[in-house]
Ligand binder design. Sequence first.
Ligand code: UDP
Length: 320
Amino acid sequence: MILVTGGAGYIGSHTVRRLIKKGYDVVVYDNLTKGHEWAVKDSKLVVGDISDHDRVCNVIKKYGVDSVIHFAAYSLVGESMEDPQMYYINNVGGTMSLLKAMMDCGVKKIVFSSTAAVYGEPEEVPIKEESRLNPTNVYGRTKLIIENILKDYDMAYGLKYVSLRYFNAAGADDAGDIGEDHYPETHLIPLVLKTAKGERKDIKIYGTDYSTPDGTCIRDYIHVNDLADAHILALEYLRENRSNVFNLGNGSGFSVKEVIDTAEKVTSRNIKRIETERRPGDPVVLIADSEKIKKVLGWKPQYTELDKIIETAWRWEMKD
Ligand code: UDP
């Protein structure tokens, strides 16, 4: 049985769906502060907080959990800079409590949601796993601390982990009934599409004076189902009692302006943009080298084109 913390969230719910499709037994553990009950209607859901040690232990025992996929976390760069304490308590404190519950109850396998934000401003692009780790924002620092905790627990207690450093998750499942739904929404692609839809007046571009060809930040957008599939491969890898760290991206970068241009093409609508100041904590360019996960886990992304990724997000956005 797989325990999926944060399984009612955006990436979590897509992973849960793929796990169930592949025949895994899954129990979702989510406090529903960010996640949605409707996103996990096909699986068992326990509403609880990862910092509730006894509740986690009870769920592990009740369902016979042998591995954990740990998504539950706050994940907004801007918010993390405004309220670091909330991020350290929830992400680092919450994970430490979860790990204690796991080990107290004999569970020693975890797939961990890390982030490209652990690299900060990269020395080399595309970024390899052994590139310098130097996060420029609190969110990235919380994830790097947890990566290090996992390494230490592996050495001391034999906890096996796979840390997946996600680049920018985007898109939605083709079935059209689950997708990205944050409140408040802060991510580029959903905001751009809400502007195309007429729900928002304009999209603000955070900084046009970066050292990139068009002056806006460059990111590597990866489809949420491709991310989800990597977690399932990581679980299989853990079964052989190994630990590792992998990047997860498409390997191509798009600027904020290119994303908006592509969204205009996909939606056939004009999207009003307003150029504003930089957002604190944003690295200029983040592009993944994902060769390691392709080689070691046999991962292969299915959605490699940005317009196809945005198309799935647009279908989800327009569903009602
Ligand atoms: N961004 C933007 N306007 C917005 C939201 C995001 O210009 O309303 C930029 C942001 O500065 C970053 C990129 O879009 O360079 C992706 O941001 P997002 O918040 O989607 O993901 P992040 O890279 O922070 O995880």
